[in-house]
Design a protein around this ligand. Structure first.
Ligand code: 5GP
Length: 176
């Protein structure tokens, strides 16, 4: 197995915090006091979700879904595994999917189709990171995006490599 180590920092704790507060203000303004059901995609989104939620001034409920296309490698397997479904009936609710990173868009396009069928009042996406210039990327309606990044593998702030680095308070590149 290839050996990986932490590379350069892409986003510092301060940069992330500033951007998350901006997103929080934008979302609060858009929903204008309506209750939002925040749906975090486990596991990676848990840190972002916790910080974002505390920047929202609208009432919020939480639920989590676990759906992934990755094993312990740094490239997508192209196969979506659905490990945990929502606990909540989302019909008629304002659902905001909170994701850590969008790579090919495969995970979210699958999730969007799945959740749309449950008839939420609204369904939007908020992703902290979005990888641009990825081959075969699926075009998704991403309403809230933290940062656009190039196609490199990153860890920290909830993102892992083989379950490590999720607790880093910043986002760094993982290099061979
Ligand atoms: P997609 O289905 O969009 O190709 O992949 C999305 C999922 O792949 C993310 O939720 C995340 O779990 C994982 N992923 C994609 N790129 C990265 C990355 O650079 N670092 C980490 N740690 N996970 C990634």
């Amino acid at each position: 197995m290839a050996k990986y180590e932490l590379g350069e920092t892409l986003f510092t704790t301060e940069e992330i915090s500033v951007r998350v507060r901006e997103l929080g203000r934008e979302i609060s303004r858009d929903y204008d006091g309506q209750e939002i059901l925040l749906v975090g995609i486990l596991k990676g989104a848990f840190v972002f979700l916790a910080d974002l939620a505390r920047c929202l001034t609208t009432p919020v409920r939480f639920d989590f879904i676990s759906c992934s296309s990755y094993g312990s490698s740094t490239k997508t397997s192209g196969v979506i595994r659905f490990q945990k479904d929502l606990d909540t009936d989302i019909s008629g609710r304002h659902v905001l999917i909170v994701e850590d990173i969008i790579d090919t868009g495969l995970t979210l396009s699958y999730l969007l189709r799945n959740l749309e069928a449950r008839k939420p009042a609204t369904l939007e996406i908020c992703s902290l990171l979005n990888k641009k210039h990825v081959d075969g990327k699926i075009d998704l309606p991403i309403k809230y995006e933290g940062f656009a990044i190039v196609d490199v593998f990153v860890v920290g702030y909830g993102l892992d490599y083989d379950e490590r680095y999720r607790n880093l308070p910043y986002i760094a590149r993982l290099k061979k």
